[in-house]
Design a protein around this ligand. Structure first.
Ligand SMILES: NC(=O)c1ccc[n+]([C@@H]2O[C@H](COP(=O)([O-])OP(=O)(O)OC[C@H]3O[C@@H](n4cnc5c(N)ncnc54)[C@H](OP(=O)(O)O)[C@@H]3O)[C@@H](O)[C@H]2O)c1
Length: 341
């Protein structure tokens, strides 16, 4: 099979395809022929070795995980003797996270891990595009913020992968949703369910006072200090991006504050059984038409460096998909797919 590999940290051009042996399938494992995977900011961090602390995970002096990518969608090629839920030919999607290796033509995954059948109406590129945004936004909004009907939730970075997932989920939880992105992406964010969109190039949402029950900074651009007064008296600030400040504010406000709180989560590291249950919930929401994929573009496997270049802009619209096998045909413009349409 072919895999996308890199031997040193650097620009997108360090990536290249090479042949390797096919993986061995364990008794409880499913072998999936990957049609589509995604490139996201964590793949970009792994490739470039920046920020520097990322090297604690990716390798101090050189990369120790030669194949990046966590999310996959494709077709089951073979199953181990103990597998009961999947059979060859099934169309499936899921994630290997916190492990990597999905930028490969074949992956193996335990049947109890986050793998599910692709809902009808989605192709592999669309299916894989839903995974990261949903599995990241859900623990933040449901578990950390406990978003309830009637609350006002602001999502900063609302047109990205995590942000577009958060807008849809906050709406699903019954919140009034304010999305923050540039003007060009406002129509998309509105179509995902936002009641209002703020263009961050013109207006600063942190100037509001006591306005938001939850501010989810999906792109980690604003600090708790900057956002604090825009929160209601018991409001919650959430960020996806670790900083020294949030690592202190998180425990401090959790244990000692009777008012506003700040929190971060590392969703990729969560228990795989939890994530498997959450993937099943994602399938339900897609089938109910309450969660749709947002695909920035689909890039051929051989052009994976181009996918990294797009991610590095910090302005992708939803997810950048890599068509690992030729089945997920390359397209170049952002698209929004309504499940079942
Ligand atoms: N903690 C965790 O467990 C976890 C899990 C997954 C991901 N993450 C992290 O989450 C972050 C977001 O990932 P992603 O894939 O969603 O990123 P992304 O798709 O690249 O985010 C793009 C979004 O950011 C917006 N944006 C860019 N500059 C902005 C600014 N100055 N102010 C407000 N919005 C701005 C873009 O808006 P325009 O294009 O309209 O300008 C767009 O909405 C990454 O840092 C990733 O590493 C963390």
């Amino acid at each position: 099979m072919r895999i996308a590999v890199y031997e040193r940290y650097g620009p997108p051009e360090v990536l290249h395809l090479r042949e390797t042996h096919d993986p061995v399938v364990g008794a409880t494992e499913v072998l999936v022929r990957v049609e589509a995977s995604t490139v996201g900011p964590s793949d970009s961090a792994g490739r470039s070795g920046t920020p520097r602390f990322a090297r604690l995970f990716f390798g101090l002096t050189k990369p120790k995980h030669p194949v990046l990518g966590s999310d996959f969608a494709g077709v089951v090629e073979r199953v181990g003797g103990g597998v009961t839920r999947f059979a060859p030919g099934d169309r499936v999607f899921g994630t290997l996270a916190p492990a990597m290796g999905a930028h490969a033509e074949l992956v193996t995954i335990d049947e109890d891990a986050p793998i599910a059948h692709i809902p009808d109406g989605l192709d592999a590129a669309e299916a894989v595009a839903t995974v990261d945004g949903f599995l990241t936004a859900l623990p933040f909004l449901r578990d950390l913020a406990e978003v309830a009907p009637g609350q006002v939730v602001l999502v900063n970075g609302a047109s990205g992968t995590v942000g577009s997932g958060a807008v849809q989920l906050a709406k699903h939880f019954g919140a009034t949703v304010v999305g923050v992105c540039s003007a060009a992406n406002a129509p998309l964010v509105t179509s995902l369910g936002a009641d209002r969109v703020i263009d961050y190039t013109r207006d600063d949402f942190t100037e509001a006072r006591g306005a938001y029950d939850v501010v989810f900074d999906a792109v980690g651009k604003r600090s708790f200090g900057a956002v604090r007064r825009a929160l209601t008296p018991h409001g919650v600030y959430l960020t996806t991006v670790p900083t020294a400040a949030i690592m202190v504010q998180w425990p401090l406000t959790r244990w000692f504050s009777r008012g506003r709180r700040a929190a971060i989560a590392f969703t990729g590291l969560r228990d795989i059984r939890l994530k498997a249950a959450e993937l099943a919930l994602l399938v339900e929401l897609i089938e109910a038409g309450e969660f749709v994929p947002v695909v920035d573009r689909v890039v051929a496997f051989g052009d994976i460096a181009e996918a990294h270049r797009r991610v590095d802009t910090g302005h992708k619209v939803g997810s950048v998909v890599v068509a690992v096998s030729p089945v997920a045909a390359p397209a170049s413009s952002p698209s929004l797919k309504q499940a079942g349409s």
